[in-house]
Design a protein around this ligand. Sequence first.
Ligand code: AMP
Ligand code: MG
Length: 188
Amino acid sequence: MKTTIIMGIPGCGKTSIIELALKKLKGEYKVVNFGTLMFLMLKEKKLVKTRDEMRKLNEQIQIDAQEKAAEKIADLAKKQNIIVDTHCSIQTTKGYVVGLPEPVLKKISPDQIILIEASSEEIFKRRVKDNTRARDADSVEGIEFHQQINRNLALTFCVLTRAVFSIVHNKTGRLLIGSKELAEIIHA
Ligand code: AMP
Ligand code: MG
């Protein structure tokens, strides 16, 4: 069984590119959205009403939910190939929370880590336009900085797990090309 982690900052088009890539993948893969697992747990405890409220919660609550989500993923991965849709780091009110701190990363134990990137200008425009989510607007410079942080983090995750690393670019108007590339990398 293979576990692939796909990461990228909000607005990079991660969920869309994964959905399209999935149609091109031959084997059986189950996509698990890390944020959804956390959200369902926190919603049940009445701590949030929407997924975009989670990153405003107390840091320890986010960390506990993160650990529980990782346990669920580890359990699912025993039986099937898993693609995890998640974040290298989350911009919170206190600073960046690492998406996969060591205990969480070790539980998931990925074989492959793929970072989805787009130009910071494009991400900035997408966030302003997206009214389906409460995206943080940030600035082009802030988005650039967050993407730099994530490259460093993603490689650190690989150092700790031996996972192989790739970057896939999701350019505006080129979603099909990006998803094809993503499917090929996952399948390789
Ligand atoms: P998304 O729908 O992928 O933008 O994720 C929604 C939310 O889920 C994020 O804003 C975070 O609050 C939370 N989330 C997703 N992955 C992680 C993670 N690895 N660690 C902590 N929180 C996460
Ligand atoms: Mg998403």
